[in-house]
Design a protein around this ligand. Sequence first.
Ligand code: DGL
Length: 275
Amino acid sequence: MTIPSALAARPIGIFDSGIGGLTVARAVARRLPAERLIYFGDTAHLPYGEKSTAAIQAYAVKICDVLLRQQCKLILIACNSASAAAYELVREYVGSKALVVGMIDPVVEYVGQHYAGRPVGLIGTKQTVGSNIYRKKIDQLDLAVDLHALATPLLVPMIEEGFFNGRVSEEIISAYLDHPTLLGIDALLLACTHFPLIKPQMEAHYQGRVAVLDPSDVVAATVAEALASRSLLAAPVEAAPAHHFYVSDFTRSFEESTRLFFGQQVQLEHYPLWE
Ligand code: DGL
């Protein structure tokens, strides 16, 4: 048996533009039940998908300061838009103080392994799709995945407003999924951490013709590997660790929505970013 170091007892920091990243936090909590999570949702600046790269980078650095002050051993960027705009910068900024995992590399590796030579669709925010980051990484690694990316900016506000599992969302989802860019794909990559909530509707739309890929579990597995390979996994615990969930702007409706994204309602703590 190896004895976990004091470093291993430190929490995992996770951040997103809002509460969408809780879908990834939930996957991490399931895979690594002994790990204490510090979640930061930058609800004051949501949506990141419509922001400039420079603005997202500035927010990301501020949030990393918060997470580093909380002694996080690993920072997970649970937002595709922030991963697209700020992953490299965050890695540089954090340096050796913590490990950094983003949404993009684990997923690129996954599609490279399972869909080489095949047509794969991708939907995400304007920031994620406009950055072309998935295509660049696929090409850098010579993975030969035939990627078809489409920005679907209506989906985040639609989900935020609670419009899913109904007629309105069905219409919007169908309009996007029937877009010529996505015709003939074998799989659809959900490159936005809000989208797992509408995965069942997308699967219903495709009726088994297209695999709908929620990257949360793949990313959670990458976090587990990153910690395990450095002997940084927390020691097993009997009681669930006390997670903390911070938001830069608090509203009751954010708190109520956590139940949908995290699988249970959690208490949000207000932590203004600029003060
Ligand atoms: N959760 C963010 C993402 O994964 C999208 C939400 C936003 O635009 O802020 O891209």
